[in-house]
Write a protein that binds this ligand. Structure first.
Ligand code: NDP
Length: 241
């Protein structure tokens, strides 16, 4: 069976940890990224994992990118939809552009990428699609109406597609991380992070990218075949109803 895996946004942050974990698990990993060539080069030099540049927000670019990965690494057995951005603003100040950029990357990106691999997975009767959502998609977050909507949408997408893939040997699951210590979170004002965010996390710390990567490696494995349509919350015991 093919052991090729694509990790979108796989050169930095959580995605970089996922790419490394899948490589350690024996996959031929393609780490996709959008534009930060320096980070991608440093990642490839460090890990030996090849980086592929295209935007998940561009449907045609995703189809082309997947084709190129398949030519170089083989049929894609695992897709991790991890690429994500934030464009935070309180709703009364949020621009249509901020809304659109986040929806295009964080939600439509899942359609674009999954569409490009789905037919092949169905034909081969095996696939693993793992979508990185967020605790803020589960509970909602002020200042992130765009991001919360996209990440909640990722969970609906996961549940619907799990049902469609079930008879074809394809599992589709989501992981909803809480706050993880990546550049995306370190960009938050330190005072807000230390005085407002971390005190709300019962374990009292940010999560580590590797803690998410280990969940992905499990969901990617053949051992997880009866788990589909699930969302794993990895958030340090944050509770929401
Ligand atoms: P980072 O900002 O550290 O890295 C984002 C990665 O996504 C980069 O590799 C970036 O590429 C890539 N990317 C962004 N836009 C696109 C695009 N249009 N096409 C392809 N690649 C793109 O993010 P994190 O590691 O913090 O987050 C990873 C995922 O986890 C996201 O979906 C995020 O929403 C989610 N998440 C993160 C949490 C956290 O606390 N950090 C909490 C909950 C969820 P480039 O390097 O070229 O810019």
């Amino acid at each position: 069976m093919s052991k090729a895996a694509i990790v979108t946004g796989g050169t930095r942050g959580i995605g970089a940890a996922i790419s490394k974990a899948l490589k350690e698990a024996g996959y031929e990993v393609a780490a996709n990224y959008a534009g930060n060539d320096d980070a991608a080069k440093a990642f490839t030099d460090d890990t030996g994992i090849k980086a592929f540049k295209w935007s998940v927000a561009d449907y045609d670019a995703c189809a082309e990118g997947v084709k190129q990965v398949q030519q170089e690494l083989g049929d894609v057995a695992v897709l991790v939809n991890n690429a994500g951005i934030t464009r935070d603003a309180m709703f009364h100040k949020m621009t249509p552009q901020q809304w659109k950029e986040v929806i295009d990357t964080n939600l439509t990106g899942l359609f674009n990428m999954t569409h490009a691999v789905w037919g092949g997975m169905r034909d081969r009767k095996f696939g693993r699609v793992i979508n990185i959502s967020s605790v803020n998609g589960q509970k909602g977050q002020a200042g992130q109406a765009n991001y919360s909507a996209a990440k909640a949408g990722d969970i609906g997408f996961t549940r619907a597609l799990a049902q469609e893939g079930a008879r074809a040997g394809i599992t589709v699951n989501a992981i909803a991380p809480g706050y993880i210590g990546t550049e995306m979170v370190r960009a938050i004002d330190a005072k807000v992070l230390n005085e407002r965010i971390i005190p709300q996390i019962p374990v009292g710390r940010l999560g580590e990218p590797e803690e998410i990567a280990r969940c992905v490696a499990f969901l990617a494995s053949e051992d997880s075949g009866f788990i589909s349509g699930s969302t794993i919350s990895a958030n340090g015991a944050q509770f929401f109803s």
